[in-house]
Each structure stands twice: as C-alpha cells, then as structure tokens.
Design a protein around this ligand. Structure first.
Ligand SMILES: [Ca+2]
Ligand SMILES: [Ca+2]
Ligand SMILES: [Ca+2]
Ligand SMILES: [Ca+2]
Length: 349
C-alpha cells in the first residue's frame, strides 16, 4: 500500500477554487469546454429514457479533464450515458511521463473480478501510457453504481481496490459514490437524450450534452506531480470483454463496435490495438477546446458571414455528415442557411 497510504492527507486539504465542482453527474462551469467530443454513432444503444438513474443505452458524448493542483484533485467528466445493465466504463489516466503501460500487462491488480486483466494486450496510441485505472458500472434495483481503481505501474503489480457504491434513492435523485478510504467520488446522471444517435449515417454530434459520468480522484493516488494529464475512456461489455465504439478521443465516424480484437470479434477479452485506428484515442489537458468552435464558421475564418454561406451552397442538396449540414437533417438546405444567418458575426462572443 505504498502509494495509497498517503491519501488521508489529501482528503484533509482545504477546498480550493475548484470547490465549486459538485460531484453530481452535471458539468460545472469550472470545467470549461470539453477537450474531446464524439463523432461516432453509438453501437451500444442510443439513450432515450431521460431518467437520472437509468439508461437504455451507452454513449460517450464529450470529455473534460481538469487538474486542481492546489486542491489536490483530478476531475474528469464524460457526458452521455451508461446503460444500466452493468456495462463497464474503462478509464485510463496517463499522468506520469516516461512511466505506465502503453500495452496493458496481464499482471495488474485483481479488481472487479479480475476485469482489468481481461484488457491485457490492449495497445494504446504511441504517446499514451496510462498510470492509473478507474472502472465503473451500474445496474440492479435500486440502481446502484460501483467502482474500482488500480495503479498501472510500468512493470505491473501495484495496488488496486474496490471503492464502494452509490445508490439512487429514486429515478430522479442524484447518486454519490463517496469513497471514504481513498477519497474518490463518482456520480452518474443518466438523463441525457441528446448527443450522438444510434444511426451510423446520421451520427449527430457529441457536443451540447451537460450530464453524464463525473469522477473526482485525489492526485496523490495517480502519481502525478506536474505536467499534462491525458485521459482515454471507452464503454466495454459487462465482462470487460467486448468494447463498444464509444471511445474518447473518438473513433472515426462510422466505426462499428470494436469487440475484443478491434474489428467486432469476441474471444473473451478486450485487446484492441488503438495504433491501428486513425486519430488519437485519448485527450489531454493540453488539447485545444472542442465544442466551443464557432458554430457556422465553415471556412474557419473566425467569423460567420458570406464566405460560410458560399461554402454551404457548394454542398446544397442531400449531404449526410457534411460539415455544412449544421442541423443534421441529412440535407444541406435552407434550414442550414438560416442557422448561418442567425450566427452571423465574429466568433468567441
Ligand atoms: Ca458536477
Ligand atoms: Ca505514463
Ligand atoms: Ca444520444
Ligand atoms: Ca489511434
């Protein structure tokens, strides 16, 4: 317990400027804008229930990561939903440069019925080597959230633990998993009905969703001392053995569920090679904000005006997934022109 032993000192630290962040599954102003957003439809069910405690689908719409160095906490927010069927969130934090596991070993701590070690062989993008792992899940009656944490030491081994549960008193209440041993807190608000769709031809956007999975971790648990923090998250099957296509950073639009092997196969474990998938399947505190881009600024000029209307007219007609299809109808038409005209002016206001 060499690393985890010092956590009580962290719990006792006075609150800082980030004291305004409530762990309740709703994004707080202190998070700012997300660092990653979803561009892939969900292959694990589009959530439509609109109930805080329960969801009939899983989607990861956008990701935020905030470090409160003065207060001693890392905050991670993933907007979207977790289906209430014990599907798993797999969350990896790369917070120590030169350490960690670019390919997950099979000798990590036995947490969640050895679920972490079912991910052995998972290969992350080249500059992502996580040092810390969180998994959470929910289901049952009353709906209850559970979580586990583990170190990901460069040579394997290390410490992991079950950190408790957070029960929903009723379908419209907030839950809180309040871990008194290590100081972690988690909550889920499953009421989102927006974000990405379940339709690969019209995936929609992950931007604009402000509820989902919220996690607060004492920095001392992670081994962080300075520098950027990178996060990678995906929704996995209930046995940690079949990855969905809900990954942040996002898979390319149109991607199917990854399954165990990256192409939808099942063999009892998850060992996807993310270097074989275009783009970065992680996001960083150092990344530019996303979802704050100027709506309607199709030519990236920094303002919305006639140049954007001209670009839009070039794509006029049926054009699913086109950037100019601002309202996501599948057609670039008068509705999109109207949205541009409504947004006319300089960005950043
Ligand atoms: Ca919150
Ligand atoms: Ca690392
Ligand atoms: Ca959705
Ligand atoms: Ca990749």
């Amino acid at each position: 317990m060499k690393l985890f032993a010092s956590c009580t000192a962290v719990i006792a630290l006075a609150s800082s400027a980030f004291g305004q962040i409530a762990i309740d599954g709703s994004v707080d102003a202190d998070y700012g804008n997300p660092k990653a957003s979803q561009s892939c439809h969900t292959g694990f069910g589009n959530a439509t229930d609109g109930v805080k405690s329960f969801a009939n689908g899983s989607e990861l719409n956008a990701g935020w990561v905030k470090v409160d160095a003065a207060g001693g906490y890392l905050y991670i927010f993933l907007s979207g939903n977790m289906e209430s069927n014990f599907n798993k969130l797999e969350l990896f934090v790369d917070c120590v440069a030169g350490e960690g596991q670019n390919t997950l070993l099979s000798t990590n701590p036995d947490v969640d019925f050895n679920g972490l070690n079912k991910l052995a062989g998972t290969k992350f993008d080249a500059d992502f080597a996580p040092d810390f792992y969180v998994t959470t899940t929910l289901g049952g009656t009353p709906t209850t959230q559970y979580a586990n944490i583990a170190q990901l030491l460069t040579a394997g081994g290390g410490v992991g633990a079950y950190i408790g549960n957070g029960v929903f008193a009723n379908s419209s209440s907030n839950n809180l998993l309040d871990d008194q041993t290590y100081g972690c807190q988690l909550s889920i608000n499953n009421s989102n009905k927006d974000g990405v769709s379940g339709d690969s031809a019209n995936p929609g956007s992950g931007c604009g969703v402000a509820t989902g999975i919220e996690i607060k971790i004492p920095l001392v648990l992670t081994g962080w001392s300075s520098g950027d923090i990178k996060v990678m998250a995906f929704i996995n099957g209930g046995g940690h053995d079949y990855a969905s296509n809900q990954v942040l950073g996002s898979l390319p639009a149109g991607s199917g569920n990854l399954g165990g092997n990256g192409t939808g196969g099942w063999d009892g474990s998850t060992h996807v090679d993310f270097t074989a998938i275009a783009g970065n399947q992680y996001f960083s505190t150092a990344d530019a904000d996303t979802c704050a881009a100027c709506f309607g600024d199709l030519d990236d000029s920094g303002d919305v005006g006639s140049g954007d209307v001209a670009l839009l007219l070039l794509d006029y007609g049926p054009c699913p997934n086109c950037p100019a299809d601002l309202d996501g109808s599948g057609n670039v038409d008068f509705g999109d022109v109207a949205l541009v005209l409504l947004s006319t002016g300089p960005c950043g206001g």
